[in-house]
Design a protein around this ligand. Structure first.
Ligand code: TXA
Ligand code: MG
Length: 386
């Protein structure tokens, strides 16, 4: 059944997309009202080719398939098919001004998608791909306007996951894939999270078990000088500086408070992100003070008959006595914190927690990405103890 986007289009700013392109979309797009989402369990190390091919058939026909990467699950569509990409935005309820990352299975494909591939990009691709690093480059005219949300740049990455790579290869196209969650929610780190958000809205999910890293890729803008990290993620600034020594953080990436929207460089910076249904408060400060402050806040909310969640670390968990306590991992092992963060935020929602009081963690290595996600999940509702 043909389905129009009439309810969706008014959110576009006039001039964002050429009207001709929208007209094309109108006629080619076929989206069913509801669909059955099929779950294809796959071996994450040696994915079964027959299952990958079923998923790839959907992608080739303009359908939507969720798949695991080493960071989080992505929701994939043929990046060169305008109708498919528009239905991706729709399924996620994602604002049209926030473009997805385009995933490739070989570096040669980048030269089709980008009009310029500077030497820094080539060094970084050689060193970090496949892996949790997304590069923002000047885009080529081959890429549809909606895939890049009208920008003159494109974000590309090669994921380090057998299932993702096999899907891209078998689909014979670059795959546009934002995280496979409803816009604004924590990203999915297992197939259950994908289904909780998108069951009945997408054609299939390749279930390859939990993801390894747990937070998204680092987004590095190489279309500017010096190169800027727009989103901290699975590849740390220290790692990047070994290849390109002048990489800096964009102020948004490490902001401790809300910055004016005009300063946003990446469209994703403007939108609410990573937020569970529960309100989140982040408490930052010295380890000596933080647990006491969290206990005090928890007590206040419990007295207001709220269901209180506490997001703790191994080192502090025993300091909390009341509320629903969940442990992310050791403060000294940021990889564990990153792996567990989004799943625990979703668990609080499953348990109908009203308010989550979260502990800040050291902003080192992957801890930079964890703190970026926590601050944004809290909508910069941060209490400092000192
Ligand atoms: O790990 C990941 O990166 C995951 C997996 C599925 O690969 N993907 C992911 O995609 O997190 P998404 O769409 O949820 O986040 C992409 C981010 C957004 O913040 C978006 O604004 C930014 O990349 N982005 C995309 N294209 C851009 C561009 N041309 N310039 C600047 N930022 C861009
Ligand atoms: Mg996302």
């Amino acid at each position: 059944m043909a389905k129009s986007f009439s309810a969706f289009i008014p959110s576009l700013n006039a001039g964002d997309f050429p009207p001709t392109e929208l007209k094309v979309t109108w006629t080619i797009l076929v989206v069913e009202e509801t669909m059955e989402t099929i779950v294809l369990k796959v071996n994450p190390q040696r994915p079964e080719l027959d299952k990958i091919r079923i998923a790839a058939e959907y992608v080739k026909k303009g359908g939507l398939v969720a798949f695991p990467t080493e960071t989080v699950y992505g929701l994939g569509a043929d990046a060169l098919n305008t109708g498919a990409v528009l239905s991706l935005f729709r399924a996620k309820e994602r604002p049209l001004d926030n473009p997805p990352i385009v995933h490739v299975s070989k570096t040669e494909d980048v030269y089709e998608l980008a009009s310029q591939v500077p030497p820094e990009a080539e060094r970084l691709m050689a060193r970090f791909w496949p892996g949790p690093l997304t590069l923002v480059l000047k885009r080529s005219s081959k890429v549809p306007t909606v895939t890049v949300a009208g920008l003159d740049t494109i974000a590309v990455r090669m994921p380090r996951h057998h299932v993702a790579l096999a899907l891209i290869r078998e689909s014979s196209c670059p795959i546009a894939a934002p995280s496979a969650n409803i816009a604004g929610k924590p990203s999915p780190t297992c197939a259950k999270h994908v289904l909780d958000d998108l069951n009945g809205r997408i054609h299939a999910v390749l279930d390859g078990g939990p993801t390894h890293i747990g937070v998204e890729s680092t987004v590095l803008d190489l279309s500017v000088d010096p190169p800027q990290i727009l989103r901290p993620g699975g590849t740390s600034i220290e790692q990047l500086r070994k290849e390109v020594d002048n990489v800096i953080f964009h102020p948004f990436a490490i902001a401790e408070k809300e910055l004016p929207v005009e300063k946003a460089k990446s469209p994703g910076m403007k939108h609410r992100h990573y937020a569970p249904n529960a309100k989140v408060i982040l408490v930052e400060g010295s380890l000596l003070d933080v647990p006491a402050k969290i206990n005090q806040l928890a007590e206040t909310y419990l007295q207001q008959d709220m269901k209180v969640g506490i997001l703790a670390t191994t080192e502090t968990a025993s300091a909390y006595k009341r509320g629903t306590i969940k442990v992310m991992g050791s403060r000294f092992n940021p990889a564990d914190l990153a792996r567990n963060l989004f799943a625990l935020l979703r668990e609080f929602d499953d348990e109908k927690v009203d308010i989550v009081v979260a502990e800040g963690v050291p902003a080192e290595d992957l801890g930079v990405a964890v703190m970026n996600r926590l601050r944004r999940a809290a909508a910069y509702n941060i209490i400092k103890t000192e």
